[in-house]
Design a protein. Sequence first.
Length: 251
Amino acid sequence: MSDSTLAGQFFDAAIGLLERVRDEESGNIAAAGAAIADTVAAGGRLFAFGAGHSSLAAQDVVYRAGGLALMNLLAVPGTVGVDVMPATLGSVLERVDGLAGAVLDSSPAEAGDVLVIISLSGRNALPVEMAMNARALGLKVIGVTSVAYAEGTRSRHGSGGFLRDHCDIVLDSKISIGDAELTVEGIEAPFAPASTVVTSAVMQAMMAAAAEQLVARGVEPPMLRSGNVDGGHEWNGRVMTEYRDRIFYRR
């Protein structure tokens, strides 16, 4: 039974997008999972980056219950959240040339590692340069973006390219330009964005695919447990000690 309320319409829109991504991006999600599994099995490190609200999906796979302990956040100061003041500064920094290279050069990322870059539009200088510089350093780059932006907007990077143009694997979130699922008379601007819901689901599906690949190879994925269940802290402590050379959020 369909729910005609705006809340119900949003759920319907989000579910439709999730089903579409599940059906249309399954091959790319499996490829991304395999790339992560390859890196884990080879002793490499994993990083996730996102700016603005795209950072929410990156943070969602770092140091969390049920998550792969080896995923690290590659943070660019001032762009991770709306806690920076003024909040609009983050949007400005996304368009600054050279920032991505400086961050990568001072990060622990090395050739052979994996970097997942999340950018809904994929049009700003920061994610584009992050992908370009990461690949130049020998990292494998997985991009999570909306291909619609590359087809319907102009790049803000000097090359004219988008994030999708500089990735080894691209996962398309299918979010439409503007990231708003609802319109209604009486509200001038479209509203109810679904990108966080869908992108976070894509990230978790990718991590599940990586875990599946590792188990198939006889490698137990180093997962974290909830600290709110008995024995969780002790479990996590053992995992972090064993993999301390590949975990950077404790330093």
